[in-house]
Each structure stands twice: as C-alpha cells, then as structure tokens.
Design a protein around this ligand. Structure first.
Ligand SMILES: Cc1cc2nc3c(=O)[nH]c(=O)nc-3n(C[C@H](O)[C@H](O)[C@H](O)COP(=O)(O)O)c2cc1C
Ligand code: SF4
Length: 274
C-alpha cells in the first residue's frame, strides 16, 4: 500500500507534486495519468510534506502527513516586507525581566511553533529542556560563576576573555549577567552523533525567540551558561540534558521590564558577489 493516495476526482494532472518532491519518488506515467509514489518510495520519503503543501487542489493525501494537521495558507495573514523587516529588526536581547512567571501553556505554544524550523533531512531530532524553578535557575547561575572563577584562576596565559572577571565581580555585587534573573530558561539540544545538530538547534532557538516577541515575551541567548555546561559536571546535573545530547544552547525567557523605541543600526553587510 502506497503512503500517497491521489483523489482522481480532484487531481488536475499538472504534475506539480512530481516536480516538487525532493526525493524524486512521485512519478507520472503521462499527462493523462494521475501521479503515484514509486514502489518502496516510503523508504526514501523523509516526510517533508512538500507534496501536500504544493497541491492546489487538495488531491494528494499522504498517510503520515494528515490533511487535518496541514492547514491552508491564509492570504489575509500574509505580512508586508516592511512588517517583516520591522519584526526581525525590533527583536532585542532582553536582559531585564518582570518578576512574573511564564505560563507553561505559553512556553509549550512557543516550542510547538519553533518545531517548524527547518532541520537537516527533516530529521527533527531536537529536544527541549525547560526550567522555571527560581531556585534551580539561580543554582545554574551560581554553578556557571563557580566554573568561571576556576577557569579564570587557572588561565595563566590570559587566554580567557577579559570581561569574565568583571562579570564575576558584578555577580558578587548582585548583578546577574548569567541568567538575568529571568523566570524561565530553555535548552535546545541534539545528539552528538548528528552532524547538523548545532545548526538545527540554533535555527529552532531563533524561531523560538522571534515567536516569543509576538506573545509579548523576550529572550536572551546564554553564551556563558552554555559554555560552562560543556565542562561543569555539577551544572550538567542540575540542567539534566540527555547524556547523548552534546550539541546544546540555551536562552532565557520572560516578560520584558523595558520597551524599545528605535531600531539600532548594524555594520553594513559584508558580501562577496562571486
Ligand atoms: C542544517 C540543514 C541542512 C540542510 N541541507 C539540505 C541540503 O543539503 N539539501 C536540501 O535540499 N535541503 C537541505 N535542507 C533542508 C531540509 O531538508 C528541510 O529543511 C526539511 O526537509 C524540512 O523542509 P522545509 O524546510 O520545507 O520545512 C537542510 C536543512 C538544514 C536545517
Ligand atoms: S513527503 Fe516529501 S519526500 Fe515524501 S513524497 Fe512528499 S514531497 Fe516526496
């Protein structure tokens, strides 16, 4: 039984699905026939859903990509180029948060949307680890600082970034630049055996942070804790990622305390037109 069924009453035999399938596993005998999946095509199909997405007549049904879970693209929800540009340019790294928890349902919704980020071969191997317990998040910041203290102390050749001692001093004085006193911390991770793990999880976290803006939330990428997590066993224990997931990165999430009014400039794009 083929995974793809074509409704012959709807199919216009335009061959769009044949041209679109990246696996080349949908064939059409001639212009008078409906396309069909080649024998054993299921073994090659990586469930990208392009065949379902491209058919303008709702004629193609894939047994693993249900129509009910593949809603139509609504023209009225399209955004203009100006809207898209302002949306991406107005995203900021948020470092000051309200003392207000983020509801579990909201976090779930953000992750549910971030899972539509592209993944190599549509592998979708990412795992999300979420912490909202204030004491645990504080422990992660403490353990990161512990690791930084040791790293700076053993750095006889001064190869560590010069700002690390400043961050430690500030932390001791009550300024938390590790987790920014945010109410939630999110880790995206992937198996170490998967070559595209770091790329996939970075894209997914980018989706996550952009979607969070539309929910009135803010995020900040956490380089320091992500770095400490590579080395600090006590930190690994508190965070609790799957052992095989050696690709990871983290960000905090929360309701911003502040509001921005301008879109700051960046360096001009450095492009080589080959
Ligand atoms: C890290 C990475 C590498 C990828 N490499 C290729 C590639 O070499 N060739 C290709 O056709 N698609 C590539 N893709 C696209 C994926 O196959 C695609 O994202 C996935 O099938 C889901 O389809 P979608 O992007 O249309 O949602 C890559 C995607 C990612 C994130
Ligand atoms: S889901 Fe993707 S790979 Fe599978 S048949 Fe459809 S277009 Fe081809």
């Amino acid at each position: 039984m083929s995974a793809i069924k074509i409704d012959e009453t709807k199919c216009k035999k335009d061959g769009l699905c044949v041209q679109e399938c990246p696996g080349g596993i949908i064939k059409q005998e001639d212009k008078e026939s409906c396309p069909e999946m080649i024998p054993n095509g299921e073994q090659v199909c990586f469930l990208c859903g392009h065949c379902v997405a491209i058919c303008p007549h709702d004629a193609l049904h894939h047994e693993n990509i249900p129509m009910e879970a593949s809603p139509p693209i609504l023209k009225e929800l399209s955004i203009t180029r100006e809207q898209a540009v302002q949306f991406v340019r107005s995203r900021r790294s948020i470092r000051r948060y309200k003392k207000k928890p983020v509801e579990k349902e909201t976090i779930q919704l953000l992750i549910d949307n971030a899972r539509y980020a592209p993944t190599g071969g549509n592998s979708q191997l990412l795992k999300w680890t979420v912490h909202t317990d204030e004491t645990k998040i504080r422990a992660m910041a403490d353990l990161t600082i512990d690791w930084m203290r040791k790293a700076v102390a053993s750095d006889s050749n001064n190869t560590m970034a010069s700002y690390l001692p400043m961050i430690i001093d500030a932390y001791d004085a009550g300024v938390n630049s590790i987790t920014h006193d945010a109410p939630c911390i999110v880790f995206a991770s992937a198996p170490g055996t998967y070559d595209n793990g770091m790329v996939d999880l970075s894209i997914a976290l980018s989706y996550f942070e952009l979607i969070s803006v539309s929910a009135g939330l803010g995020t900040c990428w956490l380089g320091l804790i992500s770095r400490a997590l590579k080395y600090s066993e006590p930190l690994k224990e508190v965070v609790g990622l799957p052992e095989s997931h050696t690709h990871f990165y983290s960000m905090v999430l929360g309701y911003p305390k502040i509001k921005y009014h301008r879109l700051p400039e960046r360096k001009p794009a450095n492009i080589f037109w080959g």
